[in-house]
Design a protein around this ligand. Structure first.
Ligand code: ACM
Ligand code: ZN
Length: 544
């Protein structure tokens, strides 16, 4: 095997590392790899006789399962697994001695005339190599009559810039079920994203089964249906109107999503909002409010979001700990997102219980009651082996330096967090809010009133330049956010996400110095073609 490999390497003729590339027009890999050499004299043809072999990969490994499930979908041929073929063979080589620079997620991919070798130190690396291989030859995706597929001769060395490469999906304002979430995860996998931020609770619906509090889903997951009118024109519920719009994920469905994501090397980060954005909770359990206002699962625009859990009521903390316990037991990952954004404190100022708690705890301001609640939950989750992440408002009430901050209001919050020693995930509205318009609003379906064009998304630099080298290490990566107020179905979600996710993927994966918008834009039409072949619904125009 090694001999064939070396012989092949000696035939490589063109070296491309960043900068302008003599890249054949038909090579369109997103995110762009760190280094790619192209030999235009070489083509490997994938056909029905192509064999797959796995070196050092466990018989029952998730990678084998993923490849066998996906190969025919990607290439149109049934996979044939053989132990050690040398001709017409695609080899997945798990190689603990592969170059250190590949790290935990990098890979090498070598396409020769008779053999393709994917090698990596980890299964994650092999998984990403396989995504790249597909993008080298996407022509047969979903085809009922697959043809021979030509894969260009390349040698690729590739690894990510950031460890956190995320995509957020709001399933509260509009509900998208298991199949849509799986499609979202497939799209993330294609672009080597690895953190799925699952926004599960909000004013407009509670979307996860919690055994101890069944009314969260019996009541909190349902609202009056206004899906036949634009979001901004939804009338409030009438007395006695039935709540028929909504849905939620059972624990079994969540387990199914987690297993599906795990095969794709994606962590699922559940978000449970506290203390604000709590209309759905307070509709189901009004006793957790500061007042006796008749809360109802929100419909249409709801601003300012007044619903807030009473921070002075001890049973609220019991409730939150119970909920987070079930969530922590269900999701196997390191992080749980505790929300924390836009917690309007009007009720807390007027609430005797909240004010008494503030006095008892000797807190400097009412704002700090949120800080106390967050810290209590952080300590509780830490004991269960979890870490918290929260929206950047949690900086304002006094936060530990061990919480991860998701910066969304702008660079300033990321800088404050990094200076305080907190790790940071970047998702500023200016570049990462894909619910904003992507092209001239006159030509687009209604969207949130902001503008993030494809070039704007691409221009994002996650590390603020005022940080010291040490502080810059706090930036774990970035993600895009998709709030679904204006997004009534998943088809439309895809339209808003794509191709901007392509830009985001390059921001978080490709080395900063290798990024070039002109070169990226030239690859977008083939990505759009591939996405359509795969059944996605990308936007096909590019805003300025
Ligand atoms: C947010 O967009 N409210 C985090
Ligand atoms: Zn209160």
């Amino acid at each position: 095997m090694k001999k064939i490999y070396l012989l092949f390497l000696s035939l490589i003729v063109v070296l491309c590392q960043c900068g302008p590339k003599p890249e054949p027009q038909d090579i369109s890999i997103v995110p762009e790899p760190v280094q790619m050499e192209v030999d235009s004299n070489i083509t490997f043809v994938i056909n029905k006789n192509t064999k797959l072999s796995f070196l050092n990969v466990d018989k029952d490994s998730p990678l084998r399962q993923y490849v066998s499930e996906t190969y025919s979908h990607y290439f149109g041929f049934q996979p044939q697994v053989k132990d050690a073929a040398v001709h017409n063979n695609i080899v997945f080589h798990l190689d603990a001695n592969a170059a250190n620079e590949l790290g935990d997620e990098g890979y090498e991919l070598v396409v020769g005339k008779h053999i393709i070798v994917l090698s990596a130190r980890t299964e994650a690396g092999l998984f990403y190599a396989f995504q790249t291989l597909f993008q080298l030859a996407p022509g047969n995706a979903c085809s009922e009559n697959p043809q021979n597929l030509a894969v260009p001769g390349v040698k690729i060395t590739d690894y990510p810039r950031f460890e956190w490469r995320g995509s957020h999906l709001d399933v509260c304002r509009h509900f998208f079920g298991v199949d849509k979430v799986k499609k979202h995860l497939d799209m993330m996998a294609l672009y080597k994203l690895n953190k799925f931020h699952f926004h599960l609770t909000d004013d407009h619906g509670w979307r996860i089964q919690i055994d101890k509090y069944p009314k969260l889903t019996e009541v909190g997951a349902w609202r009056v249906d206004r899906s036949d009118v634009p979001w901004g024109e939804a009338e409030p519920a009438q007395e006695g109107e039935p709540c028929t719009y909504g849905g939620f994920f059972t624990k079994d469905e969540i387990r199914e999503i987690i297993a599906y994501a795990a095969l794709r090397h994606i962590d699922v980060i559940p978000e449970i909002e506290m203390p604000g954005h709590s209309s759905a909770i307070l509709t189901a359990y009004p006793e957790f409010a500061c007042d006796d206002y008749p809360y109802c699962v929100a419909i249409g625009p709801y601003w300012p979001p007044k619903a807030i859990l009473c921070g002075g009521n001890d049973s609220v903390m019991v409730f939150l700990k119970d909920v987070f316990k079930e969530v922590a037991e269900l999701f196997p990952y390191e992080y749980i997102h505790i929300g924390g954004d836009e917690a309007v404190k009007t009720n807390w100022y007027a609430c005797p219980k909240c004010q008494q708690k503030i006095q008892e705890l000797n807190l400097p301001t009412t704002e700090h009651l949120q800080g106390w609640m967050v810290t209590e939950i952080e300590k509780y989750l830490n004991k269960m082996g979890k870490k918290i992440i929260g929206w950047d408002e949690i900086l304002d009430g006094g936060v530990s330096s061990t919480a991860t901050i998701q910066s969304w209001r702008g660079q300033e919050t990321a800088i404050r967090a990094a200076q305080h020693g907190n790790e940071v995930v970047m998702s500023p509205t200016s570049h990462c809010y894909f619910d904003y318009y992507q092209d001239d609003p006159e030509t687009q379906p209604s969207a949130f009133n902001g503008y993030v064009s494809l070039p704007k998304a691409y221009s994002f630099e996650p590390v603020p330049d005022t940080l010291t080298t040490e502080q810059a290490k706090c930036i774990k990566g970035a993600q895009c956010n998709l709030w679904s107020e204006f997004i009534f179905n998943y088809d439309h979600a895809e339209y808003m996400l794509l191709p901007r996710v392509c830009a985001l993927s390059e921001v978080v994966w490709t080395p900063k110095d290798c990024r070039d918008y002109q070169r990226f834009e030239a690859r977008v039409p083939s990505q759009i073609k591939m996405l359509r072949q795969l059944g996605y619904n990308p936007c096909t125009t590019i805003g300025k």
